[in-house]
Design a protein around this ligand. Structure first.
Ligand SMILES: Nc1ncnc2c1ncn2[C@@H]1O[C@H](COP(=O)(O)OP(=O)(O)OP(=O)(O)O)[C@@H](O)[C@H]1O
Ligand SMILES: [Mg+2]
Length: 290
């Protein structure tokens, strides 16, 4: 089933001459990991805001045409508190979402208004600490942690509220590769738990191989939606969007230019090896099975 869907969505901000989104129709399936990408100022954040209902409920816009549905409910006609019970949002500047003196305080922050008994709250806290891998930092000040750990603290505070759909705006952009990997691992785990994850990133080469769907935006229009393998099959698309591709994708395209055709686009080194061996008549996937 579709978790989120838009139909000919067009948005224009006040104080802006141009439309931020134009005629956007897309769908995101439940329990999948989705990546929105595109050049700077292409409309990624606007799209995330629109998908989550932040637009039009929290940000007023001059024009909002078409529709967004979350689990079949029209976002513009559903009160925001009702939407918030289904979704979690991580903004582009996450430090503004840290409130507590300790990781634990941050994670239980939202729960405290829900009148849960202490035992239930402890259970959620334990589960969330485990999920975001911060058990040993439970009593630490979030501001003393690494960027990746801080980011996972914010993600934990969102997850504690048990959202079905998570929207994250550039959750790894300020992190070192190790921190980014940890955040990505957490998101992958969430998908395994049946949650729907929609994240915006510009630097996608390490993330793309692990997502179910890539949605590319350019100048407010959707220019691609499909699997990472389809996305990377076209070198011109990679160049025109200015996104980075995994090294193995670039290598496969270079080989093709030299007349060496692989049977598909590899996304990982292991896949490249298999396809390359198969191409040379070596012991590829099938060969090894036999
Ligand atoms: N509140 C606003 N009022 C007017 N124009 C805005 C507003 N927010 C964004 N814009 C404009 O809308 C367009 C899309 O912006 P948006 O922030 O969605 O892009 P983005 O792809 O997320 O950019 P970035 O890569 O910098 O994060 C840009 O031209 C931007 O200047
Ligand atoms: Mg943005």
């Amino acid at each position: 089933m579709e978790a989120v869907k838009t139909n000919h969505l067009t948005i224009k901000y006040y104080a802006s001459q141009d439309y931020a989104l134009r005629d956007v129709s897309l769908s995101v399936d439940e329990g999948t990991l989705n990546l929105i990408t595109g050049p700077s100022s292409s409309g990624k954040t606007t799209l995330l805001y629109a998908l989550s209902g932040v637009i039009p409920h929290c940000v007023d816009v001059e024009s909002y045409e078409g529709s967004v549905e979350i689990k079949g409910k029209k976002v513009s006609e559903t009160p925001f508190p009702e939407l918030v019970s289904e979704i979690g949002i991580l903004l582009q500047n996450p430090t503004s979402q840290i409130f507590g003196m300790t990781v634990e305080e941050d994670i239980v922050f939202g729960l405290e208004n829900l009148c849960l008994d202490r035992r239930e709250m402890d259970r959620i806290l334990e589960e969330t600490l485990e999920l975001v891998g911060l058990r040993e930092h439970r009593f630490d000040d979030p501001n003393s942690l690494s960027g990746g750990e801080r980011q996972r603290t914010v993600i934990g505070s969102i997850l504690a509220m048990n959202p079905k759909i998570l929207f994250l705006d550039e959750p790894t952009s300020n992190l070192d590769p190790a921190g980014a990997r940890e955040v990505l691992k957490t998101l992958y785990r969430l998908k395994g738990m049946g949650k729907t994850v929609i994240l915006v990133e510009r630097k996608i080469e390490h993330i793309a191989p692990f997502v179910d769907k890539i949605i590319a935006v350019d100048q407010g229009r959707i220019v691609f939606q499909g699997t990472p393998r389809e996305f990377y099959s076209d070198p011109q698309r990679i160049a025109s969007l200015g996104v980075n591709a995994p090294q193995v994708v670039l290598l496969a395209h270079r080989l093709k230019g030299m007349g060496v055709h692989l049977e598909g686009i590899p996304l990982t080194l292991e896949e490249f090896r298999e396809l390359y061996l198969r191409r040379r008549g070596g012991r590829g996937v099938e060969g090894r099975r036999g």
